[in-house]
Design a protein around this ligand. Structure first.
Ligand code: ADP
Ligand code: MG
Length: 603
């Protein structure tokens, strides 16, 4: 297998990395720099500039140059440049081609495959557009990986280290992405993601530029686009300067116009107060979604250029209440992670057992009868957003009318209360036996993988009739053999953790011990059994179940020893100390207890 290139295709800057000699290494571009600005500029004839030169031309040739097109990936937006129209994915393809060519020169070999990272909030269209961009650049995109997941991988350095839960805070040029990550054994699990698609470094540039205009009697929205660009450029330089110096003088020269403004962090914070307020919103959201609180978090990993701002770092420290901030290489983390993932994809010996789980960024469900308004079906969740992928969830439904003949299972994607406000992906219709309402039941299985293939299986419980629909939300035109292979791959995995023998074994073990014991010990065992039941049947999360199985086994072993060890006289004291150890040393248990008492896990 040839080399796979890991690519961080950023809004502002793009980078490439490969897995080499047991680690992920960044690849310098033709200027010997790791960061290639995601800017494209068209020159005379067929000349195309990408990167640093193109960025210079943004000011000198604004009509032929373009930046921040990543924001519009997957939309119909067109850019008219040099009399030709370009789609965002075509522009991205120029950037990818440049990264590919620079990497080929540097590595001295041809590269045909890549792993490309995208923001977690990217929808299917934007992901598909990213794949197409790769295709246009002569790269087969082996996998699309979420940027925060890549950063989390980089943070673990591609090794399994001790268990921990942390936040990845990716603050780039145009977006803020916050993810809650849980690492245990060799598994890097993304528990929840959230973000703000319209909050990034360029918003600070704009606030500084507006402040400059206010101080110079200029109307920011009224000045020529060229002057605005010059002021924004200068605001950006001043902002970046503040990560090295306490205060700075922002200077603007444009023809006859000359102006300057003093800037320090206090002034910057004042000018952009509304931006700071928005930073904490997604942090609260991921903690809520992940059912965690700040006490569970071991650190925050800061990623993205805007995390270099001292004001941002201070704000985060304040928000997290003194928790540990890890500022590794804000510019490089995502790219380094794609390099690690490329290594995993190459099935390299030194890394292959590292497992990265990813999550579904939206909810998948079906429409159900609405008693209040029969015309508008309600959305019933089957795969909840933030579910670990690949995943499979089972749900049961029943008929709502007497002697109903068919059941139509509508397939929807989205977060809206009414099914028809969500995206309609398809429908599976089955026949049921005529009977009184509620008597006929169907079982629905949704199986979804990271590449956007959704398999919907519907079974009529009384007749055993089965129907399947396969929906590719990610890409069209997958050749049939390839599709067959992917479906077979998905089917091979036993997703329902409750069906797995090892999980059945540990449950059976617990049930036996429950029967054998009494009192407090019995309560303790019962509580753990309830919890694993919840993970297996309600959450159906195989990774959490695996983690819990391990903890449960060690607990049951202790119980077993206690029950069998007739030779030792267990005094009251011993039992006490043993319990204390369980609940004080075991943070996880404490957290679960807390959740129980707060009612999160009741069912
Ligand atoms: P993206 O992932 O969107 O491509 P990056 O992570 O490269 O973005 O971050 C780009 C943003 O970071 C830009 O808005 C840039 O101004 C900002 N930035 C880069 N370096 C610094 C710095 N030293 N101080 C403050 N902001 C910075
Ligand atoms: Mg980025």
């Amino acid at each position: 297998m040839g080399k796979i290139l890991g690519i961080d295709l950023g809004t502002t800057n793009s980078l490439a990395a490969v897995w080499q000699e047991g680690k992920s290494v960044l690849i310098p571009n033709s200027f010997g720099e790791y960061l290639t600005p995601s800017v494209v500029s068209f020159g005379e004839g067929s000349m195309v500039y990408v990167g640093k030169t193109a960025k210079e031309r943004l000011v000198s040739h604004p009509d032929q140059s373009v930046a921040v097109f990543k924001r519009f990936m997957g939309t119909d937006k067109k850019y008219k440049l040099n009399g030709k129209k370009y789609r965002p994915e075509e522009l991205s393809a120029f950037v990818l081609r440049k990264l590919k060519e620079d990497a080929q020169l540097y590595l001295g070999e041809m590269i045909e495959e890549a792993v490309v990272s995208v923001p977690a909030y990217f929808n299917d269209k934007a992901r598909k557009a990213t794949k197409n961009a790769g295709e246009l650049a002569g790269l087969k995109v082996e996998r699309i990986i979420n940027e925060p997941s890549a950063a989390a991988l980089a943070c673990r350095g591609g090794e399994s280290k001790e268990d921990e839960t942390f936040l990845v805070f990716d603050f780039g040029g145009g977006t803020l992405d916050v993810s809650l990550v849980d690492c245990f054994d060799n598994i890097v699990e993304i528990i929840a993601v959230s973000g703000d698609n319209h909050l990034g470094g360029s918003d600070f540039d704009e606030e500084i530029a507006r402040q400059f205009c206010r101080e110079h009697g200029l109307e920011f929205d009224g000045i020529s686009s060229q002057r605005r660009r010059i002021i924004l450029e200068s605001a950006n330089r001043a902002k970046c300067g503040l990560s090295e110096k306490k205060d700075i003088v922002m200077k603007v020269t444009d023809g006859d116009f000359k102006g300057q403004m003093d800037l320090d962090n206090k002034k910057l914070i004042k000018a952009s107060a509304s931006l700071f307020q928005r930073i904490s919103v997604p942090v609260k959201k991921v903690l809520n979604d992940g059912k965690k609180n700040m006490l569970d978090i071991s650190k925050a990993v800061l990623v993205g250029g805007s995390c270099k701002m001292p004001a941002v770092q201070q704000y985060l420290r304040h928000m997290m209440g003194g928790y540990h901030l890890t500022v590794m290489d804000p510019d490089y983390m995502v790219a380094l992670g794609t390099g690690i993932y490329a290594g995993i994809k190459e099935r390299r010996e030194d890394i292959k057992d590292l497992l990265l789980t990813d999550i579904c960024p939206f909810t998948l469900g079906t429409g159900i009868f609405n008693e209040g308004d029969a015309k508008r079906t309600l959305m019933s969740t089957i795969i909840e957003r933030n579910s670990v992928l690949p995943c499979s969830r089972r749900a049961h439904f029943q008929t709502v009318f007497d002697y109903q003949k068919h059941v139509a299972v509508g397939i929807y994607q989205g977060e809206e209360y009414y099914a028809d406000n969500n995206i309609h992906l398809g429908e599976v219709k089955v026949d049921v036996l005529p009977a009184l309402k509620g008597k006929e039941t169907i079982t629905v299985d949704y199986t979804y993988d990271i590449n956007g293939i959704l398999i919907v299986d519907v079974e009529v419980d009384s007749t055993g009739e089965k129907k399947r629909q396969v929906i590719t939300t990610g890409e069209d035109n997958i050749p049939p053999e390839e599709m067959g292979r992917r479906i077979a791959e998905l089917e091979k995995m036993t997703f329902h953790p409750a069906d797995q023998e090892e999980n059945q074994m540990v449950t059976a073990w617990g049930e036996r011990l429950y029967a054998q014991t009494t009192g407090v010990l019995r309560d303790e065992i019962g509580k753990r059994l309830d919890h694993i039941q919840h993970l297996l049947y309600a959450e159906q999360n195989p990774y959490k179940a695996k983690k819990w199985k391990r903890k449960m086994e060690s607990f049951f072993k202790d119980v077993e020893n206690y029950l069998n060890d007739v030779g030792i006289d267990w005094g009251q004291e011993d039992i006490d100390s043993w319990y204390v150890e369980e609940s004080e040393d075991n943070e996880e248990q404490q957290e679960e207890d807390w959740l129980w008492y707060n009612g999160h896990l009741t069912h």
